[in-house]
Design a protein around this ligand. Structure first.
Ligand code: ZN
Length: 308
């Protein structure tokens, strides 16, 4: 064992000592569950689910964490917050892990939340990982579990994970930066499978027939989770567009047009317009789907305008 290994083990032991320490105890939600916040959330999310309005409205389950947030002004002193989290962050800062990024969260719902419910919660530092190296840099994942209660009854669990890390040294820029990769997950896998076969697939709710794009796990119209797909004909029109000048992104060459294309089927998608210069793109312009081979690993659906 080298001195470096011993140092790392000792540091990890100091981090591990935070596991199980409370980050907040019997903390209070700033407001009871209430209809205005539910309405604002649904409007922001575009969620028209019928369960969230009317006299028997419940709160969208995914709002769980919102009821525990301190807002811009933060939670006032003495509301159950402990210093454990600050101490852990200071320790990691001191070791050079000065950057932080939220990586993921998991929620479990135990009871619906209704307007008038008062919210209390406990949070505990559940785990601190050994040192990990990611593309962003080297650091430690910190998982915090928050148990939320409504009127004293267990209502749900919100578990979130951050990476506190020392930023990686930037490599000298490659000759040509690659375009960002799409994030493919279980909710949109089918769309990207279609792209690979040069088919543009639109999700269709099998409950009510509503088409939806981009892909989502459920129907905004009737809340059904069941769906199939229809293949887009490929015809569309430019519904709206912007011309990007600034900020510059690697792999993109400004100025260029980013268009919102309305497909013949009625749904809209954001894409690039090919075949005409950026300053010739116009609202209402007819366009036709094609597939653009961007690089060895990436092919994207784009829309060709008739340049004539
Ligand atoms: Zn539906």
């Amino acid at each position: 064992m080298t001195d470096g290994d011993r140092e790392e083990d000792a540091f990890l032991a100091r981090l591990k000592a935070f596991e199980g320490r409370p980050a907040a105890t019997a903390a209070q939600g700033k407001d009871p569950v209430n209809q205005p916040m539910i309405r604002h959330w649904c409007e922001a999310m575009g969620d028209t689910g019928p369960a969230y309005t009317g006299p028997d409205a419940i709160a969208p389950p995914t709002m769980l964490q919102a009821w525990t947030m301190g807002g811009l002004s933060g939670h006032t002193a003495g509301t159950g917050r402990s210093t454990a989290y600050d101490e852990l962050f200071a320790l990691l800062d001191g070791a050079g892990c000065t950057s932080v990024v939220a990586t993921d969260c998991e929620q479990e719902y135990l009871r619906p939340l209704r307007p008038g419910d008062t919210i209390t919660f406990d949070a505990v530092i559940e785990s601190v990982s050994p040192r990990k190296t990611t593309k962003l840099g080297t650091g430690h994942f910190v998982t915090t579990r928050m148990d939320v209660r409504a009127n004293g009854e267990p209502a749900g669990t919100h578990r979130f994970r951050i990476l506190k890390y020392a930023p990686a040294q930037r490599k000298p820029r490659a000759a040509k930066a690659l375009r960002p990769r799409p994030v493919v997950n279980r909710d949109n896998q089918g769309f990207w499978d279609g792209v690979r076969e040069h088919r543009l697939l639109i999700q269709r709710c099998t409950g009510c027939g509503t088409l939806r794009f981009p892909w989502l796990p459920g129907c905004n119209h009737c809340a059904s989770p069941d769906w199939d797909t229809v293949e887009a004909s490929g015809a569309g029109t430019v519904f709206s567009y912007v011309v990007m000048h600034h900020p510059p992104f690697p792999a993109f060459d400004p100025p260029y047009a980013v268009a919102l294309v309305e497909l013949a089927e009625g749904v809209r998608m954001i894409s690039n317009i090919t075949g005409v210069p950026y300053d010739k793109v116009r609202i209402g312009m007819p366009v036709q789907l094609e597939f653009l081979r961007v690089d060895d690993d990436l092919e994207l659906p784009v829309f060709r305008a008739d340049g004539g």
